[in-house]
Design a protein around this ligand. Structure first.
Ligand code: FMN
Length: 192
């Protein structure tokens, strides 16, 4: 038996990403988003959804660029704060003592302390309702050396990114590995 919860944005987990952008005066700003995900492989693309009421909204529209900054649990207070305060009346970088770095690929700053950074050029915008979806082509991914595994790739276990449960308004870390992708399910394949 399942209990119905109605038409809600209740899906677990979502990311807790930090979106970097410049405002009209070139001030770097950051905001937290839970509504986002990878949305295309070719071109490599990612999506984030912002309300018009956010200060970042106009920055993404005008600069056609943003960065996605993914943090380990060490920075959960900063990530939460970026979703509470607005760049309209706060300098969030200054208040949290994190460091904006100008991307050399897109017109947006990234956060030096973020262990994983994606630099994105806005290629499409969709008005969905309360939120507008910004599709960003990923021009580069930058990973801190501290999260690289023995093969040199960014490791989710070393990063242990902050994830979010919207219905519960709670942040989590990741759990343990459950098996290899495109492989664990092979036991059901008859035509091997
Ligand atoms: C965990 C979390 C997730 C959030 N996700 C979103 C989101 O996906 N879209 C959005 O428009 N606002 C989201 N917010 C709210 C914005 O981050 C918040 O309004 C922020 O102050 C906007 O910053 P800005 O005005 O400097 O752009 C979220 C806040 C938190 C704490």
């Amino acid at each position: 038996m399942k209990k119905s919860f109605g038409a809600k944005t209740l899906a677990y987990p979502t990311p807790a990403w930090v979106i970097g952008s410049y405002d009209k005066d070139d001030k770097p700003n950051v905001m937290t988003v839970a509504w986002g995900g990878i949305c295309c492989s070719k071109p490599p693309a990612i999506t984030v959804s912002l309300r018009k009421a956010t200060y970042s909204f106009a920055s993404l529209v005008e600069r056609k660029a943003y960065t996605v900054n993914i943090f380990s649990g060490k920075y959960v207070a900063e990530v939460d704060y970026y979703g509470i305060a607005s760049g309209r009346d706060h300098d969030k970088f200054d208040e949290t003592k994190l460091t904006p770095i100008q991307s050399d690929l897109v017109d947006a700053p990234y956060v030096d302390e973020a262990e994983l950074v994606l630099e994105c050029k806005v290629i499409q915008m969709f008005e969905l309702g309360l939120h507008t979806q910004f599709i960003g082509e990923i021009l580069d991914v930058k990973a801190d050396e501290s999260i690289l595994d023995e093969t040199g790739k960014p490791s989710i276990e070393k990063l242990n990114p902050i994830i979010y449960a919207p219905g519960m308004s709670n942040y989590y870390g990741i759990g343990s590995s459950l098996g290899k992708g495109y492989s664990t399910g092979m036991m059901f394949k008859k035509d091997k």
